[in-house]
Design a binder for this molecule. Structure first.
Ligand code: ATP
Ligand code: MG
Length: 181
């Protein structure tokens, strides 16, 4: 970890069991686009269900770009796809992340659920560390997902762990439209 200069980006990690990791990253998007900053968000694990930010992200274009890493994206929960499909999709997201980051065209790149993809061994630690270390100095990198690797935490400038106090899911209440997806 090096000390970032005032105009330089930082490495941010949102991890932990509690809800709010992806939501926090989307909060950064809203704030950054207000300054005309360019933000790209790459999904490492996404279900086949519809989620609101797929549509609302279009309203923040062209500054914001939601980058869907191809058709290989499959649901983790209740999902009967072979693990190899998840692996291919996550690896494709890695190559897209590297390419976008190195383009230098972004002020912020968000790697959504990358921590989780790594903890499931869908991607390699070496690739994640490469991405962090090769980031253009001006670009902020946001990594979300529970079970962030300790090597990633060490490289980060800002780490927040979401702590679950209560979640309606615990009382059998299903995911809510506009709140959870
Ligand atoms: P969100 O996208 O709502 O900010 P998250 O990114 O912190 O959630 P994920 O691990 O990505 O959490 O989980 C995605 C989905 O699971 C969301 O619908 C979210 O509301 C729900 N969820 C998050 N935390 C919990 C929890 N502790 N118990 C049950 N469901 C959860
Ligand atoms: Mg999430």
């Amino acid at each position: 970890m090096t000390t970032p200069g005032p105009d330089e980006g930082i490495v941010v990690v949102f991890t932990g069991k509690g809800k709010g990791k992806t939501t926090a990253a989307l909060g950064i998007v809203l704030r950054a686009v207000g300054h005309g900053h360019r933000v790209g968000m790459i999904q490492f694990i996404k279900g086949e269900w519809f989620y609101g930010e797929l549509t609302s992200s279009k309203r923040l274009e062209p500054e914001f770009e939601m980058i869907v890493a191809g058709k290989g994206f499959v649901g983790i929960i209740d999902d009967d796809h072979p693990i190899e499909d998840h692996r291919m999709a996550a690896q494709k997201a890695i190559s897209i992340a590297k390419e976008r980051l190195l383009s230098g065209n972004y002020d912020i790149i968000i790697l959504d659920e990358i921590n989780y993809a790594l903890s499931m061994n869908l991607i390699f630690l070496k690739d994640v560390i490469d991405i962090i270390n090769s980031r253009p100095k001006k670009t902020t990198l946001v990594l979300t997902g529970n079970h962030a690797a300790k090597e990633v935490l060490e490289l980060a400038d800002l780490v927040t762990e979401m702590k679950e106090i209560k979640h309606p899911f615990g009382r059998g209440i299903k995911a809510k439209k506009g709140i959870d997806y």
